[in-house]
Design a protein around this ligand. Structure first.
Ligand code: USQ
Length: 381
């Protein structure tokens, strides 16, 4: 397949680019280094220094012999994006090109405006470029489980049938997010659904939970091919943060009471899910929504798992409950459906003690690089 990956320098984008290229697909990778720029501006650099996209692609070619084409540019710039579609003629486009941090989006007005502008304009531009240049191309868009929030009812996979005054219809499942970032993903879904109805395009919207991990078959070939591993309060996700905290001897930062429950997945499973979506495209005029996670945990459970893994490696791991910097339910009902990707063939990599220990051992190799100033939350809402 000709695969276009937008946001290919990111935590998920880079491993995805390698994954598809290693399977013989023709990959074009696009990024404007927005997240690198924001990380530098906010002192949120990742644990390992990552070569830039051009350098990574060259290292990947030397190590594996596989080629990835790339364009550096901003997907919010329509003429640029249209030229990328025109030249690369993708059969599948994987759209990760968004500001991905909830805390960053809540930091202040400039950050809110950037998040809204960037995320919505990239999605609008992707839909337009696809429609104008390659209308049969399958769009795979990364959404988030956070779109649904934590309602008192079971969360369905994207859609719900509602019976009202004796009549029935099918609607997008109600969504109510807890940050502006997550709200932009809701707005993306609305944009996609609108254009699916208007233009007969074909779209898969993946509602993904927080991802953890730093190992993939391709990334493990050379340390310089590692994904961007953030552990700061803005760009680091909770499991990755806990691993670094355990390695640094800092008590694990559980926000509030720690009963917050989310659906998590290993980075390896993100790659599987995106590949399954790409190899099982939807029909025109279809918006398929898949809930992308493999298992649910509370924050307290995650902290307990990391603590056990740390102790098995001889580390002294403590847990602290910080005042929650976020407005979110700390004890709540959470039962989201997630059978769609399993039905497509997903073979989950669950969070076993061995998996956590392996990740921790890898992080321990970079123990001296950990900057403790990046650990405590800096944004409250
Ligand atoms: N949390 C802690 N301690 C920490 C960091 C986080 O208790 O040190 C808690 C948060 O309060 C939250 C949960 O862990 O309840 C998840 O937080 P997170 O920072 O790992 O994830 P979140 O901000 O929700 O965002 C991440 C990604 C985002 C993606 C989302 C999926 O950054 O791009 O969309 O996970 S989901 O959470 O399902 O919406």
């Amino acid at each position: 397949m000709r695969v276009l990956i937008l946001g290919a320098d990111g935590y998920l984008g880079w491993p995805t680019a390698m994954h598809f290229a290693a399977r013989g697909h023709e990959v074009v990778a696009v990024d404007n280094y927005l997240r690198r720029t924001l990380a530098l501006q906010t002192r949120s650099e990742p644990l390992m220094a990552n070569p830039d996209l051009e350098q990574r692609i060259e290292i990947f070619r030397e190590v594996t012999g596989h080629k990835i084409a790339f364009r550096v540019g901003d997907c919010a710039d329509y003429p640029f994006l249209q030229s990328v579609f025109r030249e690369s003629r993708p059969e599948v486009v994987i759209h990760y090109a968004e500001q991905p941090s909830a805390p960053y989006s809540m930091r202040g007005y400039p950050e809110a405006a950037l998040t809204l502008r960037n995320n919505l304009m990239t999605t609008l531009n992707v839909v337009w470029a696809l429609h104008q240049e390659t209308p049969d191309c399958h769009l795979i868009k990364l959404g988030t489980m956070g779109e649904y929030g934590t309602p008192q009812i079971e969360i369905e996979e994207g859609w719900i049938e509602i019976e009202h005054k004796g009549r029935k219809d099918r609607f997008l499942f109600p969504r109510q997010a807890g940050s502006l970032y997550h709200t932009t993903k809701i707005m993306d879904t609305d944009l996609l659904w609108f254009y699916v109805r208007m233009w007969k395009i074909r779209v898969t919207d993946l509602m993904q939970g927080p991802v953890y991990g730093l190992s993939t078959p391709e990334a493990d070939r050379d340390d310089r091919l590692a994904p961007n591993f953030h552990y700061d309060d803005l760009f680091g996700t909770v499991v990755n943060r806990f691993l670094v905290q355990a390695a640094a001897g800092v008590p694990l930062t559980v926000y509030g009471r720690g009963g917050q429950t989310r659906g998590y997945l290993n980075l390896l499973d993100t790659l599987q899910c995106v590949e399954l979506a790409a190899t099982h495209p939807v029909r025109n005029r279809e918006l398929r929504i898949l809930n992308q996670f493999t298992e649910c945990f509370t924050i307290n459970e995650l902290a307990g798992l990391v603590q056990q893994a740390g102790r098995a490696l001889g580390l002294k791991v403590e847990i602290q409950h910080l005042e929650n910097p976020r407005q979110e339910a700390e004890e709540h009902f959470y039962q989201p459906a997630h059978s769609g990707l399993m039905e497509l063939g997903l073979q989950p990599h669950y969070m076993s003690a061995g998996v956590i220990q392996d990740m921790l051992e890898r992080v321990l190799r970079y123990q001296n690089e950990i900057d403790q100033a990046k650990i405590y939350p800096r944004v409250c809402w």
